[in-house]
Structure formats: C-alpha cells, structure tokens
Ligand binder design. Structure first.
Ligand SMILES: [Fe+2]
Length: 348
C-alpha cells in the first residue's frame, strides 16, 4: 500500500536545478529525509501547482468533493462465523481512501479467535484498543503478556504486532488509528502511553458508583470515561482515542448531543427496542428534526458521523450497555471537538 500525496513521477527529463543523484528505488523519497524529487510535469517545480477561485474550493465537503462520513451499521453476524479471522468494518469506498477505514482517522474490526487458536494483529498505529466482547485469553506483544477476559478493555501503543490466543472462542472489538497514519504518510516513532488493561469488574464497579449517585438521573448519561495517566490534557484513553462504557437504563432517553469526533459505537448488550436517532438539526424543543433511526443489535456496531445530533432511547424493558470509541483524544488536543448538548430547559 503506497502513501498518498507524494510526487512519485518517473519523468526522465533533466532538472537543471538539481545535482545528479544516485539511482534510487521509485519510492525512496519517503525513506530519505531531505531528498526532494522533481514534480510530475515541469522541470521548474511548478507542475503540480494548482489555483482555485475561493468559492470553488473553500468547502470541499459541502461541494461533495470530500465525501461525508455515512451512518452505517455492522451486524453481529460478522463475528459469528467458524473461522479465526479479522472482519474489518470497512467504509473505504464511502470515504474514498485506498486503505481500509471505518472513519477518516480510525479503523474498527471484529477479531474472531476460535477455541484454542491464535491470531496475530498488526497495525501501523499510535493507538490500538481491544474490547473483549466475549471469551478469554492472552495477548503477547514484544516480550510482554496480557491476560484478558470478557468485558476487559486493553490499549496498546505502536506495537508492530500482537499475538492473541483464546482459551474459549473469543471475539475482540479492535480499533486503531492506522487510517490517520496512512493519510499523513507517517509511522509512529514513540509511545505516548504504556500498554494498559481496564478489567471488566473495575469498569462495572465504577459504573455502579455513578449509577447509584442520587444525582445520577440528572446527568445526561451514565457512563465511565476511560483514561490513561499520560493524557493529562485530554483525559482520554490514548492521545488519539476516546472510549466510554455506558449504561442506557430501561425507559431512558439520552437527550441529543453532537461532537466533531466520529463515534464507532459497539453495542455490548441490549434487547430489541433500543435505538439512536441521528440528524443534522434540533428544534426549539430540543428534539432532532427528520432523524435517521439506527436500531441497536447486541454485539453489533454502527458509525455516528461528526457534527450530527444524536440521542439514545431504550424502549426494550432491559438495561443496555454500549462502548463508543472515537477520535476525540485528537480532537480535544486540536481544540476542535466542539461537543454540545441540547439545553436542559428545552423540550420535555
Ligand atoms: Fe456522542
């Protein structure tokens, strides 16, 4: 897979401004810092230069040149097969990327490991998150070993590869920022956090404390935000990724909110009757206008695009749990998260 944005022409014309260079492999510029290659068409370096009238190029998203992130669901059937495999939740066709991607910056996948089998995952990423949807086992990275069980969350920095072995049949929800690395044409050079495990029972304990607080029902949501110690500015699970373990109690309505990060939502557990409404505007009562309804499925996933209002509903009669993963660590650092909630005074 080649990186984008480079000038990789094979024009054999002489460049009068450049000294003779030793013969290099065609993509050697990416490995030779400081070595520039001549542009595609002109020997005076102007061949790739382009000029746009402002109104024709100021909003490529609005003009449809840059595609919108779609609302998309991925069924649990993707991880119910009998093979040991990685099922990438790939929206590269919608996003116009030559590499697999679930959002512009992130890739999500289901890692399925049959009983007693092993599977290696690799990503050119600063951040990898694994949520154990079912099963138990262990993961080896470098000379370290992490044991895990259902409900655990694990984050791993820039590991070349991780070897996972399952005791019983296991399914992991795996999110990385490899599409962001691909877009930038870079590979990470240093770790911004240490491998970290969040045990399921500790996550549930923290959630129980939040839910049992007398003020709990006044809050917009009942959720635990997961963080790692080095993220002192963003309070997120990695410097790029944001992860939350949330409870949507039976009969709950989580009022609309929006943010510029993309959410890759995993439904950990629910009964039929849970859904999310998604739309671009809210009315004076704080309700989403002309919404798209996304029905939840236990073990399924869906993408919530950036900037859209969304609200969660539980009409199932049973509590439901979800684990959204977002690129909100990066957005918070960039000061571009722009998270907003409907006013508590509006609406019902
Ligand atoms: Fe959200």
């Amino acid at each position: 897979m080649s990186a984008s944005g480079g000038q990789q022409g094979t024009d054999s014309r002489q460049n009068p401004q450049s000294a003779p260079q030793p013969e290099q492999p065609s993509d050697s510029h990416s490995e030779q810092p400081g070595v520039l290659r001549v542009g595609e068409a002109e020997a005076d370096w102007t061949g790739d230069a382009q000029y746009f009238e402002y109104s024709r190029a100021a909003n490529p998203i609005g003009a449809g040149i840059t595609s919108q992130v779609p609302i998309r669901t991925f069924p649990a059937a993707l991880h119910r097969g009998t093979a040991t495999t990685v099922e990438v939740l790939d929206l590269s066709g919608d996003l116009n990327t030559p590499w697999p991607a679930t959002s512009p910056a992130l890739q999500a996948a289901f890692v399925v490991i049959q009983t007693g089998e092993s599977l290696s995952t690799a990503a050119r990423a600063t951040s990898q998150l694994f949520y154990v949807l079912s099963g138990s086992g262990r993961s080896e990275l470098d000379d370290q070993e992490i044991f895990w069980a259902e409900g655990d969350v694990i984050v791993v920095p820039m590991a070349a590869s991780v070897l996972h072995s399952a005791q019983g049949r296991a399914v992991l929800y795996w999110v990385t920022d490899e599409p962001l690395m691909q877009y930038l044409g870079v590979a990470p050079i240093s770790s911004r956090f240490s491998p970290t495990r969040f045990p399921a029972d500790r996550i549930r304990h923290e959630l129980d404390l939040i839910a049992s607080d007398p003020r709990a029902m006044d809050r917009n949501r009942l959720s635990v935000l997961l963080g790692t110690a080095p993220q002192t500015q963003t309070l997120t699970i990695t410097h790029v990724l944001w992860a939350m373990f949330g409870l949507l109690p039976t009969a709950a309505v989580q009022r609309p909110h929006r943010h510029q990060s993309v959410a890759l939502d995993l439904i950990v557990q629910c009964e039929p009757g849970c859904f999310t409404l998604v739309g671009s505007t809210v009315n004076a009562e704080g309700e989403i206008e002309r919404p798209t309804r996304v029905d939840w499925e236990s073990g399924g996933a869906f993408v919530t695009p950036p900037g859209l209002w969304h609200a969660h509903y539980n009409e199932s009669g049973s509590d439901a749990y979800l684990l959204p993963v977002q690129d909100a660590g990066l957005h918070t650092y960039l000061r571009s998260l722009d998270i907003r909630f409907v006013s508590p005074r509006s609406g019902r």
